[in-house]
Design a protein around this ligand. Sequence first.
Ligand code: KG4
Ligand code: ZN
Length: 346
Amino acid sequence: MKILGIETSCDETAASVIEAGERGIKVLSNMVSSQVEIHKKYGGVIPEVAARQHILNILPVINKALEEAGLNRNTAPKELKAVAVANGPGLITSLIVGVESAKSLSFAWNLPLIPINHIEGHIYSNFIEHADQIRFPALVLTVSGGHTMLVLMKGHQNYQIIGDTRDDAAGEAFDKAAQILDLGYPGGPEVARRAGEFKKQGSSTDIVFPRPMLKSNDFNFSFSGLKTSLLYKVEKDKDWQSKVSAYSFSFQEAIIDVLTQKAIRAGKEFGIKTLMLSGGVSANSELVDHLRKEVKESLEGVEFFHPERAYTTDNAAMIAAAAYYRARAGKFQNPGDVSVHCNAEL
Ligand code: KG4
Ligand code: ZN
């Protein structure tokens, strides 16, 4: 079945057409129009500006996604099985643009609508390439700018959130660290690049960051203290500008260490068969490598997956992929009943 996915939760206007069936998921198009250049000068996403850009971009992006998938406005109603849209959590004014567009298309083309939780979309980014290899129970470490969660999946749409962040999300911590270190926005990729440079040089550093909540008895996270620790260190260090790569490296190491150790401990406790990483921070290759290594060493028989680069940060293919599994289970919704929400529950 072919599904059109739409995603506008934050500052990316995205649309995608997938073809999914028993043999897996094929992405026919995956269009993402990023607003990074616009928000860069403010050092973060300005909701009102983002919403206005979505309004300008949404129809061209949908049309391009249809065109690349060999569809047009005449053939789409016959060939598509459903329209899927991320309806929360995210920036409300951004979400509204995607949700109202999806509802209009669903009404006009007489197609069922499938609302998808944005976090569920990130989880399903792993199914795009690995649907036939993922075995349950699976644990998903889903890490982005808005959330940091450990989700236990006993089957499709069967979620138990076993760990969550008490304050900042891991991606948010990367972004704030980048601000402190004057590395621009979005911070994650730049902190990762600087950390990589430092590692390549083979240098060592005595800059060390705490590992927040590593020893706590639960699977929750907290990253705001890490950011404060960086701020204090930099304020006290007259020479910090010459050590940006070292700071980036140690900061990134602390985040990776906490994420990995908690995921491995949860994996052991819940007897999982698969560990998946997802969300924007899964674009971090050090995190991927570290997690892969630890799974191999500490979780016998467990397979590790992470999404392809194109499906790490916000995209609509992951929304369509999650929708396929809902469609398979007959879970459609009347477009009139779908609205935007800020619910981080799954
Ligand atoms: O999933 P996403 O695109 O949007 C949200 O749902 O929040 O994630 C964006 C987050 C940003 O905080 C960004 O800095 C982070 O993912 N990110 C990275 C990397 N690439 C993106 N963090 C660390 N290393 C990266 N390579
Ligand atoms: Zn996201």
